[in-house]
Design a binder for this molecule. Structure first.
Ligand code: RUQ
Ligand code: CUA
Length: 662
């Protein structure tokens, strides 16, 4: 009797706790072996590099998986005082645009360069949404190597997406706007008449990665949201999700949600390439910035480009087809075989999966709707459809693949990841996310050869997951083990900025290619100082150029006099070290920008305009040695017209003042 009573009591208690103390799913989602699955012991390396977009921080961050450890933050469309990025004279041109210096953007998507449909670990491409730009990050240095502005665009969201061998990085405009070469001073209500979309095909140089706007497609004025290139048999095609096919210009949340179906736009990019090669494109006068960073001169150059080749898709009947897709599709994802194209309608209650073979057949059979859309044939929904995933969840956004025939879709509204089988379209598993997942990522999960194993959910809302930090909470990533039948939540970790898309690759692809130092002998910065004997201070009119060297643990020179009010002082700092992980920093009191952080063998320049007379300390900002605190010096600033000559010294060994070039 007694035993029975206790058992019943325990039973009731445990049901009560299971039901009340945590939101449904948390208790069983995190199992006891989760810790061992994400534990990377001190001194051990992670299995994957994970490149995560930083959203409105304009940065790209790099995490290790499975540990979730933050390895690096790479400034792209942002200034970063930690690295002096955008503060040194050498890096400022990277943020130049046709609008001038724009030190911010909204970075959503990450695409690794590919060979044969798989990431090759050379470069990462990212998009800037706001002032439309593409950037290329070099994975030898983990630095932004190139930024290319995009003409005729606004809100570069459907971007960047790569063809199978990175022949092109493709960027679709989110906002259609009047093209750059017409008078855009038109009533906003004339949207339907005057607003056009543009999709940029940016070629990538195989050897050095250099980007070039090869051509653009001019499209009807819709919003392009996302895209993906085909793979394998569909490799010559590109698929774009569109919304606002209503072409509304106000209260889009209502007016762009009218139509039952928007479109997936299928583009035969090989054909487009042929047309361009045959001279069928129109040259259009435009203005856009092209910025490149050179690792030999350690200097960025910004140039304005002034022409682009445009194909108007309405003039080429076999180039582009629209496929109806319910309802305001966001993600547009192609499975590893290239046969299945998943359109995720944000407001749809089902998930359509289109078949590449059926699309080809529909084109051959002309299985089109009776009415074209803005002159473009519309393939019949049923003719392109492979099937629909029924009741998958609410608010589907993005789909990735594990390479074993399964797809994983993120659902923002129902806040879950749903695993389903691509062939029979049956739902296999669903796991809650905390909360409101946006993108999701499987290593290699949008490529021909997914690595599988893990899935990361990048969540938009973090409420109550961490210690609170005022009104703003860090966004959150959640790592799932997907090696079994059921997804298993194994780690939560906060992220920088707002992560959108991310990609991950096995560490081995990148780890051993790292540049450790810049060869000082190869340094071609015009202001390099290759040894302390060459250090000097030179006056040129009201400019004072300080050729400064840094080595553990002093600057040469470290006493500088003769600077006057009204001067512009340029500190050209060369780090003479030739040893990995020994940067020196440079700061000067009152400088109205950031510091410098100079890598071994590199030269960077800080500009300083003194605002008062007196003594101004300079010092190294990076703890480089036991005597780092001693790595410092002084600059004396005298009144304008003072008779204090330019002089400089180190260790009381005065060097002759270089003749003033006045
Ligand atoms: S977006 S959460 Cu990629 Cu900008 Cu979907
Ligand atoms: Cu050099 Cu601290």
């Amino acid at each position: 009797m007694i035993t029975k009573k206790i058992t019943a009591g325990v039973l009731i208690m445990s049901v009560f706790f299971a039901a009340s103390c945590k939101p449904k799913g948390v208790g069983n989602a995190v199992s006891a072996d989760a810790a061992s699955k994400v534990y990377v012991a001190p001194g051990k390396y992670d299995e994957f590099y994970n490149f995560v977009s930083g959203g409105f921080s304009g940065q790209l961050s790099v995490y290790g998986l499975p540990s979730g450890r933050l390895l690096r933050v790479i400034p792209v469309f942002s200034v970063d005082p930690e690295k002096g990025w955008g503060f040194s004279e050498e890096t400022k041109p990277m943020l130049n645009t046709s609008h001038g210096f724009v030190p911010w953007d909204d970075l959503h998507h990450v695409e690794m360069s590919m060979t044969d449909g798989s990431a090759d670990g050379k470069w990462v491409f990212v998009n800037g949404n706001n002032t439309p730009r593409l950037a290329r990050v070099d994975l030898k240095t983990f630095r932004t190597a190139e930024i290319l502005e995009l003409p005729n665009s606004a809100g570069n969201h459907s971007s960047p997406f790569s063809t199978e061998n990175s022949e092109y990085i493709v960027a679709g405009t989110r906002f259609s706007v009047p093209p750059d070469d017409v008078n855009g001073d038109v009533p906003i209500s004339s949207y339907k008449e005057n607003f056009k979309g543009h999709i940029s095909f940016v070629s990538v140089d195989k050897a050095n990665g250099e980007m070039k706007v090869a051509f653009q497609l001019k499209t009807p004025g819709v919003n392009f949201d996302l895209s993906h290139a085909g793979k394998g048999k569909s490799r010559d095609w590109f698929f774009f999700s569109t919304y606002n096919t209503e072409q509304a210009n106000t209260l889009l949340e209502v007016n762009a949600s009218q139509r039952d179906k928007d479109f997936i736009m299928a583009v035969n990019w090989k054909k487009a390439e042929e047309y361009v090669k045959a001279g069928k494109g129109k040259k259009q006068a435009v203005k856009y910035a092209h910025n490149k960073y050179d690792d030999i001169t350690h200097t960025a150059k910004s140039e304005m480009e002034n022409e682009v080749t445009v194909l108007d898709i309405t003039e080429f009947p076999d180039l582009v087809y629209f496929i109806p897709c319910p309802k305001s599709p966001h993600g547009c994802d192609v499975d590893p075989t290239g046969e299945y194209i998943v359109g995720s309608g944000k407001l749809a209650a089902l998930l359509p999966v289109f078949s590449f073979d059926k699309i080809q057949k529909a084109i051959a059979d002309k299985a089109f709707e009776p009415e074209k859309y803005s002159g473009i044939p519309v393939i019949k929904y049923e003719a392109a459809l492979y099937g629909e995933v029924q009741k998958p969840g609410l608010g589907p956004l993005h789909t990735e693949f594990d390479g074993n025939g399964n797809a994983y879709t993120s659902f923002f509204v129902s806040s879950e990841i749903v695993k389903w089988n691509i062939k029979d379209l049956k739902v296999l598993d669903r796991q809650p996310t905390y909360y409101s997942v946006g993108h999701l990522m499987i290593p290699g999960g949008d490529s021909k050869k997914p690595f599988g194993k893990y899935l990361v959910a990048y969540n938009k809302i973090t409420k109550d997951r961490y210690l609170p930090t005022g009104p703003e909470l860090s966004q959150s990533a959640q790592l799932f083990d997907i090696s079994g039948d059921k997804m298993q939540l194994i780690l939560d970790y906060p992220t920088i900025g707002e992560p959108h898309y991310a990609q991950a690759v096995p560490a081995a692809l990148i780890r051993d290619k790292q540049l450790k130092i810049f060869d000082i002998n190869a340094n071609k910065n015009p202001y390099v100082t290759k040894g302390e004997a060459e250090s000097k201070v030179v006056r040129k009119g009201n400019q004072v150029h300080v050729y400064l060297t840094a080595v553990r643990s002093h600057f040469a020179p470290d006493n500088i006099e003769g600077v006057q009010m009204g001067d512009e002082v340029f500190f050209h700092v060369t780090n003479l070290e030739q040893d990995w992980d020994v940067p020196h920093g440079f700061g000067v009191k009152g400088a109205a920008n950031g510091e410098l952080l100079v890598m071994p063998g590199e030269t960077l320049t800080l500009k300083w305009i003194p605002d008062r007379t007196g003594i101004f300390p300079i010092y190294c900002t990076d703890f480089c040695s036991a005597l780092h605190q001693e790595m410092s010096g002084y600059v004396r600033v005298s009144p304008k017209g003072s008779n204090v000559p330019i002089s400089y010294s180190l260790g009381n060994k005065d060097k002759p003042a270089a003749p003033a070039a006045r």
